[in-house]
Ligand binder design. Sequence first.
Ligand SMILES: NC(=O)c1ccc[n+]([C@@H]2O[C@H](COP(=O)([O-])OP(=O)(O)OC[C@H]3O[C@@H](n4cnc5c(N)ncnc54)[C@H](O)[C@@H]3O)[C@@H](O)[C@H]2O)c1
Length: 243
Amino acid sequence: MGRLDGKVALITGGARGQGAAEGKLFRAEGAEVYLTDVLVDEGIETAAKIGATFIEHDVTDSDAWTAIVKRIENEHAHLDVLINNAGIFHMMGMADTERELWDRTIAINQTGVFLGLQAVAAIMTRQKSGSIINISSIAGLRGSGGAFAYGASKWAVRGMTKSAAQELSPHGIRVNSIHPGIIETAMVDEFSRKGINENVRQQIPMGHYADASEVANLALFLASDESTYCSGSEFVVDGGMTA
Ligand SMILES: NC(=O)c1ccc[n+]([C@@H]2O[C@H](COP(=O)([O-])OP(=O)(O)OC[C@H]3O[C@@H](n4cnc5c(N)ncnc54)[C@H](O)[C@@H]3O)[C@@H](O)[C@H]2O)c1
């Protein structure tokens, strides 16, 4: 028996990295999985490999959010899990952050999560159940001087999680945030480009980056009925980095 038998999950930014790892694990645990992303070829390939459905979607597009949730409702009549996972990351301090980078980061990492929360609230309220998992970061727990816009967006995700949990928990909907440390995905290529891999590694008590599956295991707990009393909480998976 799978830990997600009978559940339907929607995962944004699922073409690769953590979203793909979550999709794979969720499929293995019995869920129907929809992966969305702006990376179409990679998304189609990942979905085919794991037996998920891929939908092209830019998380900043609110009309598309509505259409996707409607499609899932037509196909399954319920939507049990949303992982707001899509995100972008750029190393840039406050003084050098240009308006364009700020706007793009906030649009995807923050407004994308807001639109996702809004898009699923009605169906989950009607069914009186649901689990929304917002992927923040350890950059949403402390300062991240080297990545100013990113840090701002991830603090916002943490804050929205708590406010949405207060609003939605009375309707049976749980909303929690995951705060990954450094996860071995394409996103951390930015550290190689800046030549700071070794420096970052030294800040991790466990001494190494995580595999995306290690975040997926936590997401599985939050998606499943094992976490029925968790809402508005922060779940850190960082090898001790913020200890
Ligand atoms: N990798 C890390 O060390 C790390 C640490 C903390 C938090 N995170 C967060 O984890 C999440 C997943 O990142 P990842 O590590 O798998 O990196 P990744 O770059 O492999 O995955 C991010 C995915 O989001 C997609 N995406 C970007 N913009 C999008 C948009 N507008 N609409 C839809 N999809 C879009 C990308 O195409 C990509 O597939 C992100 O929110 C990221 O900020 C990552």
